[in-house]
Design a protein around this ligand. Structure first.
Ligand code: AHG
Ligand code: MN
Ligand code: MN
Length: 337
C-alpha cells in the first residue's frame, strides 16, 4: 500500500501526535473500527440470509435463531469496548440502563454512547443502515462510571462519528479538529481516507423529513416545509425531497451535498411530542460532527449541543444540516411558538 493511502489507524495516530492526547482515545477508536468491520460483514450476510430464508421463518442454515441485527450489533460493540480498560461506563439505545464494565476488567477515563444499528427497520429491505457513537471523558472519580458521566451536554463530547453500511462501508469521525471520512477497502479490510476535511455547504437544496407526519406537526414546521416547496424568490428554486428513513444515511448525504434533515416534534404519537430521535446517541454525536463540518443542529428553539440531558433515552426534535437552512427553520419555529 503506497504511502499516499492514509488508513484510519494512521490518521488516528497522526491526529494524536498533532493534537496531543494519550493512546487511550486511539485505542477506543480502534475497537470501534474492529466492531464496525464485524457488523458490516454480518449486515451484508444477514441481508442475504434474510432475503433467502426470510420467507421460511427466521432460522439460519444451522437452525439457529437469527439474532436481530440491532441486538447482534449491540453485543459486538459492547464486547469490543468493555475489556480494553479505557472505558468506565457505556449507554446504548438497546440497553434500558447504563452498561457497567464487568468487574474483572479495568476501568478507564472514557464514556461511550452508541446507537448500535440505526435505521434497523430497513435491514430487511436492504436499505442503508448505520451505527452512531459519541465519546466523552468521565466527570466522576472513583472506579465505575455513573449516570452523570452519561448525562453530559453534547458540547462536552471528546469525539463522535458514525458508520454507514451501504454499497460501501464508510466511517466518518471527528475529535474536535475537523471531520474526515473513510471507506472500507474490503480487499485489505482497512478503512482508507476517502473524504478528507469534510465541510457541509452553508446552504443546500435538499430537505429530508417524513411528510407523513405533516398533519401532526406544529404550525411553524408546516409553514417551513411549504416555504421550501414554493417557488419562493426566483433565485432559490424549490428544494428536492430526499428521505431514506435511516438517520445516518440521510445525514451522510446532506453532510456531503448540503441540505437539512428534520425530525421535529409531532403529536401523532405520545412518545414523539418531544421528537422521536434520542439525544444521547443519535442527536448529540451527529450534532458534534455537523458543527465540526461548519453546519448546525437545533431543536428548532435551541442548539442541540447545549442541552443538559436528564435521562438516558430522552428524545429531542432534531433539525440538522446546512447552517443557513437550520437557522431559517428556527425563524419559522420561533415565530409560531
Ligand atoms: P433506530 O433504527 O435506531 O431506532 O432509528 C430509526 C430512526 C432513524 O434512523 C430515522 O431517521 C427515523 O427512525 C425514521 O423514523 P420514521 O420511520 O418515523 O420516519
Ligand atoms: Mn437510531
Ligand atoms: Mn438503533
Amino acid at each position: 500500500m503506497n504511502d499516499s493511502i492514509i488508513t484510519l489507524d494512521r490518521h488516528i495516530l497522526s491526529e494524536q501526535r498533532r493534537y496531543g492526547g494519550r493512546g487511550d482515545f486511539s485505542a477506543i477508536l480502534s475497537q470501534i473500527i474492529f466492531a464496525a468491520k464485524v457488523v458490516s460483514a454480518q449486515v451484508a450476510h444477514a441481508g442475504l440470509v434474510e432475503d433467502i430464508l426470510g420467507r421460511t421463518g427466521h432460522t439460519n442454515v444451522q437452525g439457529e435463531e437469527v439474532q436481530k441485527l440491532d441486538v447482534y450489533a449491540n453485543k459486538v460493540f459492547i464486547n469490543a469496548l468493555n475489556y480494553i480498560g479505557k472505558v468506565c461506563v457505556m449507554a446504548s439505545e438497546e440497553e434500558p440502563e447504563m452498561i457497567a464494565i464487568p468487574k474483572e476488567h479495568p476501568k478507564g477515563d472514557y464514556v461511550i454512547m452508541f446507537d448500535p444499528l440505526d435505521g434497523s427497520s430497513n435491514i430487511d429491505v436492504n436499505v442503508s443502515i448505520g451505527t452512531i457513537f459519541g465519546i466523552y471523558k468521565r466527570v466522576s472519580d472513583g472506579e465505575d462510571g455513573v449516570l452523570d458521566d452519561c448525562l453530559q451536554p453534547g458540547r462536552k463530547l471528546f469525539g463522535a462519528g458514525y458508520i454507514i453500511y451501504s454499497s460501501s462501508v464508510n466511517l466518518v469521525y471527528t475529535t474536535g479538529n475537523g471531520v474526515n471520512g473513510f471507506s472500507l477497502d474490503p480487499s485489505v479490510g482497512e478503512f482508507v481516507l476517502s473524504h478528507p476535511n469534510i465541510q457541509i455547504p452553508p446552504r443546500g437544496k435538499i430537505y429530508s423529513t417524513n411528510e407523513g407526519n405533516y398533519a401532526y406537526w406544529k404550525k411553524g414546521t408546516r409553514e417551513y416545509i411549504e416555504y421550501l416547496k414554493s417557488d419562493r424568490n426566483k433565485i432559490k428554486a424549490p428544494y428536492s425531497s430526499r428521505y431514506i428513513g435511516s438517520l445516518v444515511a440521510d445525514f451522510h448525504r446532506n453532510l456531503l451535498k448540503g441540505g437539512i434533515f428534520l425530525y421535529p416534534e409531532d403529536t401523532k404519537d405520545p412518545k414523539k411530542t418531544t421528537g422521536k430521535l434520542r439525544l444521547l446517541y443519535e442527536a448529540n454525536p451527529l450534532a458534534f460532527v455537523v458543527e465540526q463540518a461548519g453546519g448546525y443542529a437545533s431543536t428548532g428553539y435551541e442548539r442541540i449541543l447545549d442541552i443538559k440531558p436528564t435521562k438516558l433515552h430522552q428524545r429531542v426534535p432534531l433539525i440538522i444540516g446546512s447552517k443557513e437552512d437550520v437557522l431559517e427553520y428556527e425563524e419559522f419555529a420561533k415565530r409560531n411558538i
